[in-house]
Design a protein around this ligand. Structure first.
Ligand code: NAP
Length: 281
């Protein structure tokens, strides 16, 4: 196969309609690179819960962005990612870029399985996404004007999904990132109260942060009829991952991209300008 024929093989983007995958797919398409979305609603359909769907998604692709759903900390996620990586390599997929999470032993096990798969790998080990406030489970709380969470003064270096996407595109297309583990964080620590205050300032809306007990948090999730496994996942994230273990900034974005990480203030201003958080009251 010539180099140009190789370039025309698609890159599979798992979670290609989600927070990171959508951005990666858009960038690759803008570069004229063929992309295949891997998700339940894509054709062919890809479902992490149904390994029989994996081969069709991998058929004929040259690289894959591996984004597990819902979270690498759920039981069985590491085995699923390991099995997926093995199948990918057996089907001739050369390069795997794994989206991982910081301070999460289960995510670190998934990383090891990808590293041992025989693929050319890059790991993107990320802190909490800024976009959780605008494109995910914290959006409703922001819209309600009250962000009530069981977390105190712990600082989190929220990372911008645009930085993750830039790093993923680089890793999927540039050999210099093979064999690198990049820990991706934003440029500064913010408590959840400070993050809510940034969004309040950017929107001109009254958005309060309230620290609640873990029991009240769980009761609220159950009252909102969240599925049991999602309740367990959020409880684990707020009790374990936010215990202070990740309370430091690292330089993975500049190591991967040669420029500083995007700041929360810019994220908040840009997201507010889209109208996602509504008009000021
Ligand atoms: N959120 C964070 O702060 C954070 C931080 C660090 C690491 N992570 C990691 O990021 C990963 C993704 O999390 P996210 O919260 O950003 O989600 P996301 O990528 O926004 O998730 C949505 C995407 O997943 C697809 N999807 C949903 N269920 C699926 C299934 N059963 N099989 C295949 N695809 C499915 C959706 O498409 P369809 O509906 O069409 O299937 C959509 O493309 C997790 O592995 C997590 O460990 C997240």
């Amino acid at each position: 196969m010539t180099a140009s024929q190789h370039d025309m093989k698609p890159i599979l983007i798992l979670g290609g309609t989600g927070k990171t995958g959508r951005r990666i797919a858009e960038q690759l398409a803008a570069h004229g690179l063929p992309v295949r979305i891997g998700s339940r609603s894509a054709t062919p359909s890809f479902d992490w819960e149904d390994p029989k769907t994996w081969a069709a998604a991998l058929d004929g692709v040259r690289a894959a962005y591996v984004c597990y759903y819902p979270d690498l900390t759920v039981p069985g996620a590491d085995e699923a990612v390991g099995a997926f990586a093995q199948l990918a390599v057996a089907m001739g997929v050369k390069r795997l870029v794994l989206l991982s999470g910081r301070g999460e032993p289960a995510a670190q096990r998934a990383e090891e399985l990808v590293q041992q798969s025989g693929a050319d790998w890059t790991i993107l080990r990320c802190s909490w996404f800024m976009q959780n406030f605008s494109e995910s489970f914290l959006l409703d709380a922001v819209l309600s004007g009250e962000v009530a969470l069981p977390v105190g003064a712990v600082g989190e270096p929220f990372v911008d999904c645009d930085d993750i996407a830039d790093a993923a595109v680089a890793a999927l297309t540039d050999d210099r990132h093979i064999g690198h583990l990049y820990e991706l964080t934003g440029p500064r620590l913010l408590t959840f109260a400070e993050a809510a205050a940034e969004i309040a300032r950017a929107t001109g809306r009254d958005i309060r942060f309230v620290e609640i007990s873990i029991g009240d948090f769980k009761a609220g999730l159950i009252a909102a009829q969240l599925p049991e496994d999602l309740v367990g996942l959020l409880m684990m994230l707020f009790t374990e991952v936010l215990d202070g273990r990740n309370q430091h900034v690292v330089d993975g974005v500049s190591r991967a991209l040669g420029r500083p990480a995007r700041d929360f203030t810019d994220y908040a201003n840009n997201a507010a300008a889209t109208g996602i958080w509504g008009e000021a009251q």
